[in-house]
Ligand binder design. Structure first.
Ligand code: GUN
Length: 292
């Protein structure tokens, strides 16, 4: 039997509706609309598309959204100056600097300059430290989207074997923290699972992956997970966004659908959830900065 689809498009629509209702309640209470400032440097086509989708999602949910488009030869000092102005602007609750940045700019210097209270991506080391300590200010968007996609589709995590293939700062590493932690009032979205982090250098990756009740592919390599990596009936989440011959493909081979119990598609799986969690974080930042 083919795998049940983990439909991120449908779940994202439901969660955006829930967030829009909370934004409308704030407007009725005469509170400022949650505001996102997105910063796009240069003319990378994929980044332009992502920022456009974010802007449309925010305006549709009743949030404020301003996109700052800067030329590819913008200096690091100019970008730091813009970030400082956004940090000081009370109408801005969430700041997003779209990655990748041009090579002459030091990503980590820019990400560390964003006020941790407005760090809607949850990329700042202070926020990653709070997450690691079990007292998150925000959850990083893609990991949060993955966990919501599993929990809201009834995929059990507590006590289960989870294998993550990928160890990036944006997805694999923070996702491992979220999935291993114990849920509690300070940390409501936590998996309580047994987590293994594997990667493309792991010896006998297929054998390690076959231990998983829940397998998450976030290595950034097309079709790194094939049917031989999957225990029959396992839930498989595909975080990959690879362009092969101009076509968007995930990290999971399509034939996995014949072995897995659940599978997230690409596109229409994790992608829409990531943008929804950015919206969630910007509302949360507005509540923390201006009052709930
Ligand atoms: N580039 C690719 N994905 C992301 C993301 O989630 N946030 C930012 N800021 N840049 C990205």
């Amino acid at each position: 039997m083919p795998a049940i689809k983990l439909d991120g498009k449908a779940l994202a629509a439901t969660m955006r509706g829930e967030i829009a209702a909370r934004v409308a309640a704030r407007a009725a209470a005469r509170k400022r609309a949650p505001g996102l400032a997105a910063v796009l440097v240069g003319d990378d086509k994929a980044s332009q598309q992502y920022v456009k989708m974010k802007h449309e999602t925010f305006t549709a949910a009743g949030c404020a959204s301003v996109v700052h488009r800067l030329a590819a030869d913008t200096t690091q000092a100019q970008l730091l100056d813009l970030v400082a102005r956004l940090n000081a602007d009370p109408a801005v609750h969430g700041i997003l600097v779209q990655l990748p940045l041009p090579k002459h700019i030091d990503d980590s210097a820019i990400l560390r300059a964003v006020s941790p209270a407005k760090d809607a991506d949850c990329f700042h080391p202070e926020n990653l430290g709070l997450l690691a300590a079990g007292f998150p200010r925000f959850y990083p968007c893609t990991p949060h989207g993955v966990v919501q996609l599993l929990l809201r589709n009834g995929v059990a995590l507590a006590g289960k074997e989870v294998v993550i293939v990928g160890r990036s700062n944006i997805v694999g590493k923070p996702l491992a923290l979220m999935l291993m932690q114990k849920p509690g009032t300070a940390n409501p979205v936590a998996g309580d699972a047994t987590v293994t982090v594997a990667h493309t250098r792991t010896t006998d990756l297929a054998a390690v992956c076959r231990r998983a009740d829940v397998l998450i592919a976030c290595a950034g390599r097309a079709a790194v997970v094939t049917p031989e990596h999957v225990k029959p009936g396992a839930a498989v989440v595909d975080v990959g966004t690879n362009f092969v011959g101009g076509k968007l493909t995930g990290d999971v081979h399509p034939a996995v659908a014949d072995v897995a119990g659940w599978l997230s598609p690409v596109p229409g799986g994790v992608g829409p959830m990531t943008i929804t969690m950015l919206l969630h974080n910007t509302l949360s930042a507005a509540e923390q900065l201006d009052g709930a």
